[in-house]
Design a protein around this ligand. Structure first.
Ligand code: PEP
Ligand code: MG
Length: 576
């Protein structure tokens, strides 16, 4: 009997193969005490040593299979394995609570994992919980004598079906045999989803209950773009997926051929396609997908990655790596955007009724200006290594930009006086993500070098619809003419002053929005790296006059997001 499931499409492509059910090793046991603490500590140490060998081996496979950057996940695992606080926790439980080694590891691991998991609004910290679980499960497996299944030994074509896949599981996947994977849990930003994208293995995550339903050897179809999964398909469904698979292979080849191409419309108008990154680790994806620069470096992830405020030198190193890697292509670095859903353990923020309307981003930077000054100094010092553009988040009025710019100039002067070399062409811009700034864009355009439209926030503030609240997610309406009018006004205002406008919110890579944005003359499109090539391909099919007319009709004649979407989708369907 055919069964259909839907999850989150995490890595594009179609897979058709037999299910390989991957079950987690059984690590259950009763918490118990032990008399001989020294014996337990030496058992623990032996298990940690064996785990270290395992992880080093997996890192080796990952380095061959994946990029150096992805293999770094296992450096992070080695760091967790040798973390003194964790080890002291285990030994403390053995000595003070007289627990045996497995019980000590389980209790301490559970405590750390639930602490990170409790940061519900913070996917980054939740992923750290997954890393700690991955490492401590391995220690436990050695202590309990349980074998961890070896995915690298799969030797026939399969679709892997699992409750979850850890980064170590994913790194061992051989893409010659593992044609796709499907998991019950996970989101687009979980490590395994990110790795699936770089391995180019079609993947659907967050399906709910599939692992307990599917049996080994059943035929499984996976569409990693739409999130569809079909088990034991009928002939018509199988034929349909086969046809889509061939179609996707053709599309992919077409996209890949554009890796080194300029981004041009059919009639030769040029646009800039750049990538959003959260850390230097994302640079491989930037290059692999033919980005023409970085349009948004979310530096808050650098702050969130660390147990304490990163020093000026640490920040300088991170910015320098990114600038050097881009070898003269533009890099837009956004100053710290903390607050809202992003918190730092070492920077206490007040409890607020409406954190997205509260103490956030540039508001914190101007209030606690030593934070902004440190970051700007690090950026100024790194500026000689590439083409740096700095932008300030959450600007709502001109005064904020003027203050931030004054701080920038003061720090620049101080550094120059101290003999530092600093690039003389650093552009200063702002995010347009608050409607008040969008409406005043003509005034801002006289003072800034560029705008970057942050649609994730601009839409939530314009529609008064919290971006984290699924009950109002229907109000996330990127093609609503009200939003399109704001965007158009901002682009036109910048052009009147000879400035440029980019977009770094999710809408920039939205295939329905792209024709409209091209039609409105957006200069720079910044998106997650895997969306770049398909967007370049789409732009190459557009005629600039036609999409200009499309945008005009959307803005002047239409009155709903749906109406606009239907019009654009019909237009795109007709393109060759
Ligand atoms: C935005 O608001 O669109 C944006 C790019 O910033 P963030 O998603 O980090 O708030
Ligand atoms: Mg934002």
């Amino acid at each position: 009997m055919m069964d259909k499931y839907t999850g989150i499409g995490a890595s594009d492509g179609i897979a058709i193969a037999k299910a390989f059910l991957y079950e987690e090793p059984n690590l259950s046991f009763e918490i118990s005490e032990a008399e001989d603490a020294d014996h337990e500590v030496s058992r623990l140490e032996a298990a940690i040593d064996q785990s270290r060998e395992d992880i080093q081996g997996i890192r080796q496979v990952a380095q061959e299979n994946l990029s150096a950057e992805e293999a770094q996940v296992f450096d992070a695992h080695l760091t967790i394995l040798d973390d003194p606080e964790l080890k002291a926790g285990f030994v403390g439980k053995i000595n003070d609570a007289s627990l045996d080694a497995p019980s000590a590891v389980r209790e301490v691991a559970d405590m750390f994992i639930s602490m990170f998991q409790a940061m519900e609004d913070n996917p980054y910290m939740q992923e750290r919980a997954a890393d700690i679980k991955d490492v401590t499960d391995r220690i436990l497996a050695h202590l309990l004598g349980v074998k961890i299944p070896d995915l690298s030994t799969i030797t026939e074509e399969v679709v892997l079906v699992a409750v979850d896949l850890t980064p170590s599981d994913t790194a061992q996947l051989n893409r010659n045999y593992v044609k796709g994977f499907v998991t019950d849990i996970g989101g687009r930003t979980s490590h395994s989803a990110i790795m699936a994208r770089s391995l180019e293995i079609p993947a659907v995550v967050g399906v709910g209950k599939i692992a307990s339903q599917v049996k080994d050897g059943q035929l499984v179809l996976v569409n990693g773009s739409t999130g569809e999964v079909v088990v034991e398909p009928d002939q018509a469904t199988l034929d349909h997926f086969q046809a889509e698979k061939e179609q996707f292979a053709k599309l992919k080849a077409e996209w890949d051929s554009l890796k080194d191409a300029d981004t041009l419309t059919k009639d030769g108008k040029q646009f800039e396609l750049v990538a959003n990154i959260g850390s230097p680790k994302d640079l491989d994806g930037v290059h692999a997908n033919g980005a023409e620069g970085v349009g948004l470096y979310r530096t808050e992830f650098l702050y969130m990655d660390s147990a304490e405020m990163p020093t000026e030198d640490e920040q300088y190193e991170a910015y320098k790596v990114v600038l050097e890697s881009l070898a003269g292509q533009p890099v837009v670095v956004r100053t710290m955007d903390i607050g809202g859903d992003k918190h730092l353990p070492y920077l206490p923020l007040p409890d607020e009724m409406n954190p997205f309307l509260g103490y956030r981003a540039i508001r914190i930077g101007l209030d606690q200006d030593h934070l902004l000054r440190t970051q700007l100094r690090a950026l100024l010092r790194a500026s000689v290594y590439g083409s740096l553009r700095i932008m300030f988040p959450m600007i709502s009025n001109l005064n904020e930009f003027r203050q931030a710019k004054a701080i920038f100039l003061e720090e620049k002067e101080k550094l120059q006086a101290a003999g530092h070399e600093i690039a003389d062409d650093i552009q200063l811009g702002i995010m347009i993500e608050i409607p008040a700034a969008a409406v005043l864009a003509d005034k801002f355009a006289k003072e800034v070098d560029f705008f970057s439209i942050g649609t994730n926030d601009l839409i939530q503030y314009s529609m008064a619809a919290d971006r984290m609240n699924e009950n109002v997610s229907y109000l996330y309406q990127p093609y609503n003419p009200s939003i399109l009018r704001l965007i158009k006004f901002v682009i036109d205002a910048s052009h009147k002053e000879g400035k440029w406008t980019g977009m770094c919110g999710e809408v920039a890579g939205d295939q329905t929005a792209v024709p409209l944005l091209v039609g409105m003359g957006l200069d720079e499109f910044s998106m997650s790296a895997p969306s770049i090539l398909k967007t370049r391909s789409l732009i190459s099919k557009l005629d600039s006059q036609e999409v200009q007319e499309l945008a005009r009709r959307a803005i002047e004649e239409m009155d709903s997001s749906d109406e606009v979407a239907s019009m654009v989708e019909a237009y795109v369907a007709d393109l060759d």
